[in-house]
Design a protein around this ligand. Structure first.
Ligand code: NAD
Length: 263
C-alpha cells in the first residue's frame, strides 16, 4: 500500500531534476498514472522508457495557456481524473545582478523568469482547477529557499520565488475548502537547472558551476547538498488526502536548515 494508491497527478517540468524524482516517487507510492509536461520532444522517450504506460507526456511551454490545458486534458483523458497538480518547471538566473544587465535585458529576463516561474504556475493552476475541485485534490508548487531569503539567486529569481509564496496563499484561500494548495521549498540541489535564454544562459546548468556542490554543502547546517530524491517525501505527504487533510497554504522548507545557518 502506497500513500497515493489510485491517485492521478500532473507534474510540470518532470523530465529532469526534482520533477522527475517526484514522478518516480509518485508512481512508487501507487499513482495509477502521472501526466508529465516537458519542454521539448527529446525529453519524451526517456520518460516513456522508464515509466511506460504509467505516464502520459505532453510537450509544451508552461507560459502557454493552451499547452497547460492540453497537458491537463491529456492526463485526464488517459487516466480519468486529476488528484494532484505539481507545478515545478522553473528557470534560474545564475545570480544575475541588476547592475550588470542593461535595462532592456532586465525587462526581457524579467518576462522570461516570471513567465516560467510565476505565470507558468498560475496557468497550470487555472487549467487544473476544475478537475481538482471535482476530485477534492490539491496543488503543490516547487518554491525555493529563495522564496524566503536573499542570496540564492539574483533579484529576478528571488522575486519570482517570493511571488510563489503569495500565489500559494491566495490560491489556498480561493480554493478552500475544495482544493488544498501547498508548496515545497528546496535548497541547493544537484540538478541540471538552466538559465534564461534572454541572458544567453539557456545551456548553462546549475550543477556544472565549479565548486557548487561543496559550497552549498558547506553553507548548510546539515552539511550536505540535496539530491532531487531528498525532497520527494514532502510532495507525497502534501498530496496525500489521508495524511495532510488539514494542511493548506503551507510551505515545507527542504533546504538543509538555511534559516539557521551561521552568518
Ligand atoms: P531542472 O532543470 O531539472 O527542472 C526544471 C524543468 O523545467 C526542466 O525539465 C525544464 O525542461 C522545465 N522547463 C523549464 N522551462 C520550461 C518551460 N518554459 N516550459 C516547460 N518546461 C520548462 O531543475 P530543478 O532544479 O529540478 O528545478 C525544478 C524546480 O526546483 C524549479 O522550480 C526550481 O526553481 C526549483 N529549485 C531548484 C533548486 C536547485 O538547487 N536545483 C533549488 C530550489 C528550487
Amino acid at each position: 500500500m502506497g500513500w497515493l494508491d489510485g491517485y492521478v497527478a500532473l507534474v510540470t517540468g518532470g523530465a529532469s531534476g526534482i520533477g522527475r524524482a517526484v514522478v518516480k516517487r509518485f508512481i512508487a507510492e501507487g499513482c495509477t498514472g502521472v501526466g508529465v509536461m516537458v519542454r521539448s520532444a527529446e525529453q519524451v522517450d526517456g520518460l516513456v522508457a522508464e515509466f511506460g504506460d504509467k505516464v502520459v507526456v505532453s510537450v509544451g511551454d508552461v507560459r502557454s495557456p493552451a499547452d497547460n490545458v492540453a497537458a491537463v486534458e491529456a492526463t485526464v483523458a488517459r487516466f480519468g481524473k486529476l488528484d494532484t497538480l505539481v507545478g515545478n518547471a522553473g528557470v534560474w538566473d545564475f545570480f544575475a545582478r541588476l547592475e550588470k544587465m542593461s535595462t532592456e535585458q532586465v525587462a526581457e529576463s524579467f518576462d522570461e523568469i516570471f513567465g516560467v516561474n510565476v505565470k507558468g504556475y498560475v496557468l497550470a493552476a487555472s487549467a487544473a482547477a476544475p478537475h481538482l475541485r471535482a476530485s477534492g485534490g490539491s496543488m503543490i508548487f516547487t518554491l525555493s529557499n529563495s522564496a524566503f531569503y536573499a542570496g540564492g539567486g539574483g533579484p529576478l529569481y528571488v522575486a519570482s520565488k517570493h511571488a510563489g509564496v503569495g500565489l500559494i496563499k491566495q490560491l489556498a484561500y480561493e480554493f478552500a475548502p475544495d482544493v488544498r494548495v501547498n508548496g515545497v521549498a528546496p535548497g541547493g540541489t544537484v540538478t541540471p537547472l538552466r538559465g534564461p535564454a534572454s541572458l544567453g544562459k539557456q545551456e548553462k546548468r546549475l550543477s556544472e558551476i565549479p565548486g557548487f556542490e561543496d559550497s552549498v554543502a558547506n553553507a548548510m547546517p546539515l552539511k550536505f547538498i540535496a539530491q532531487p530524491e531528498d525532497h520527494t517525501g514532502h510532495y507525497v505527504l502534501l498530496a496525500s488526502k489521508a495524511n495532510s487533510r488539514a494542511t493548506t497554504a503551507a510551505i515545507i522548507q527542504s533546504d538543509g536548515g538555511w534559516e539557521i545557518r551561521p552568518m
